[in-house]
Design a protein around this ligand. Sequence first.
Ligand code: HEC
Length: 567
Amino acid sequence: MNLVPFVSDDPATRNKVLTRVRNSEMPPKGLPAPTLDDRENFVTWLDADLRTKACAAGPLPGPYPIRRLNRDEYAATIRDLLDIHVNAAHALPADGAGGEGFDNAAETLFLSPIHAEKYLEAAKESLDYAVKDPKARARFLIAEPGPALSPEAAATKILEAFLPKAFRRPASPQDVTRYLALFRGAQTRGETFNHSIQFALAAVLVSPNFLFRIEAPNPAPDPRLVDDYALASRLSYFLWGTMPDGVLFDLAAKGALRDPAILTAQVGRMLKDEKSREFATRFIEQWLGTRELGRDIKPDQNLFPIYYDAEIQAAIRYEPVLYFQEILSKNLSLLNLIDSNFTILTDKLTKLYGLNLKEPNQQPKRADLPPDSHRGGILTMSAVLAVSSYPQRTSPVLRGKWILENIFGTPPPPPPANVPALDENHAGAPPQTLRERLELHRANPTCASCHSRIDPLGFALENYDVVGRWRTEDSGKPIDNRGELPDGTKIDGPDALKRVLLERKQAFFRNFTSKMLGYALGRGLSPNDSCTVDQIMDKLEKEQYSSQTLIREIVLSVPFRYQAGRK
Ligand code: HEC
């Protein structure tokens, strides 16, 4: 069935068609549907066509919408602004996930009345805490009224120093006047100096200029470089998840940050800083889906009692995060995400993995893996194996789906309604392996159209149980880790799987680059952004997929440094 002549030329419409057809929402139920292969060919064609057209005029900045600081960004920003070490965001509502699956996406970060109330409480609470801490207090209450300084003059000094940091840009005289009026009002009501200035500062912390990331709009019709202060914020919220530090503010004040060489040097500096842990954690855990591990997603503790042990739970959860941080800080190749000869282990995790290493450690530490370890790369990490399983058992379907979605960025369409659940083994009947039970379904061609793509990827990981322990038997029968992809590629076991993924690294890097760009820009990507993705991928390939190349090229990219025009 040829769908091409029916597609409108308008890129926005084409993009909608692409999404609908890809998700099997079109053609609607009841009308003849294309075969899975036809559907895929059509989607590939439309996607490539959209990309070529989007790139005809070169990369475009795309939108950079106003967004609220999300919960994590708020906590980190308050920490750095007030120099306090409490989680100021503990009572704030959780944020949803946007286009590329991250909770820093502008499209989800609006402000509801419940947010407003909670942010006001959080501001008051943080300030109360900060004024009681002598070190923190001295940082922002930089003046006190005395014989030579009137209360109003002291308040002015404090506000003049505080406002530019809180708003992440120079404060105008009107900004100062506005908050000084609040101070004065409190003084008139008979409040002490301390209470009055706290009142004004609390108002600063619920101002949209603090709570939202707002950039002065571009009045010109064409794209332009974003101003240096906005760029400093884009950079610091990307790599640190918090406000710019003194160095970035100074460079912005000099107008130097727009210089690509200086910007590149800052990326290097920032990735070495402790604060980049925030980035590694938030990016990796949301990309891999391991953020809820141990909370909403949890292996059954009765079947897997190690999940009673907080220490091993933490080691499992942080392995991918620390691993990614190691790759970044040492500027290693991103191919390490697929396969490598090291990982980050504690002694308990080493034992879980059945490894016999010389230097067991209570603290997570980089460890070289022996050649036959069946580990290395994120796929064989306990955290990933657990989030792609059910709490009680592994599922090749879930793991295959996980790979299609998170490695290749091509999730399978959702399963049709009314698919019967897998029969669990019945007492009395001879136990069947999961494979035997799934193969019964795969005999049906309708089911096979999807499952022949999904299941072989997952079967390759059947040697790992729910928590990632190596096993050679399931239900008393030997593990069969073989599978065949629809194109005839045979995969037997995890090592073969990694080889196949490495052969298809283009698809992985397209997905990974898109995810990282979406995270950096804090918004979902559109077909217009594919031009930027292609350019970054070219650079990546030229520089052996080194991790810092990816970050640097994203920071130097048009959407990261430019603002769209008013057209
Ligand atoms: C359009 C693609 C598609 C088709 C067609 C499809 N499935 Fe699925 N199936 C999936 C996906 C995706 C999942 C994973 C669901 C999830 O995310 O929970 C799944 C899950 C399953 C599971 C659960 C696996 C487990 O480990 O518990 C079974 C069983 C299953 N499908 C059987 C079938 C059968 C039988 C048919 C044919 C009648 C069928 N499916 C047709 C996509 C499909």
